[in-house]
Design a protein around this ligand. Structure first.
Ligand code: XMP
Ligand code: MG
Length: 184
């Protein structure tokens, strides 16, 4: 679905599908160079990271093993609580593995900083983070992010996997959601 199908639900398109793909290709070259000895296990965070995972993994020039986790930190609102619950756990054993977490967006950083520690505690050799989007001005914790697609302002965004109340995930671009949609 394109932004043109959404009437006045969006205020601005921040990054088009083409820009997202081009940036992922650049990140893929960095990731290939950093993991020359052994490809990492890609851990996608459901549901938002589905699109990033699909596009990043196909861009990578190595066998990209994928596993998935679902965590909840939000409830129904638009603010992170910092309380993280595992809704679906990984199938893979992380002992001795290099792990690359693949995320859609880092806002406060609370979810990812919790997740990184959680995966490290399972005996992973290394845990790095790749995120399509980051809101630097919203970060509440000191979190090292190894691969960042784009830094964006502190607005609530949707598309490319990101939802509001499970809608807009299949929008091709990343766009700012018009406030009237969530204040209705
Ligand atoms: P924190 O604050 O813990 O949040 O870094 C990360 C998770 O919050 C969701 N999130 C968003 N989802 N538009 C969305 O659709 C946004 O602008 C947004 N900001 C945060 C998302 O699930 C992410 O994994
Ligand atoms: Mg997410």
């Amino acid at each position: 679905m394109d932004a043109s199908h959404l009437g006045d639900d969006l205020t601005v398109v921040l990054h088009t599908e083409a820009e997202l793909h081009a940036r992922l290709a650049e990140l893929a070259r960095e990731i290939e160079a950093d993991y020359r000895d052994e490809p990492p296990l890609l851990v996608g965070v459901l549901k938002g990271a589905v699109m990033v995972m699909a596009d990043l993994s196909r861009e990578l020039r190595f066998h990209a093993e994928m596993d998935w986790m679902a965590v909840s930190s939000y409830g129904a609102g638009t603010k992170s609580s910092g309380v993280v619950k595992i809704m679906k756990d990984l199938d893979a054993d992380l002992t001795g593995r290099d792990v690359l977490i693949v995320e859609d967006i880092i806002d406060s950083g609370l979810t990812l900083s919790w997740l990184k520690e959680n995966l490290e505690s399972r005996g992973a050799k290394s845990v790095r983070i790749c995120t399509m989007l980051r809101k630097p001005e919203a970060m509440k914790v000191d979190l090292e992010v190894d691969y960042v697609g784009y830094d964006i302002p502190v607005d609530f965004v949707v598309g490319y996997g990101l939802d509001y109340a499970e809608r807009y995930r299949n929008l091709r671009d990343v766009a700012i959601l018009a406030p009237h949609v969530y204040s209705e």
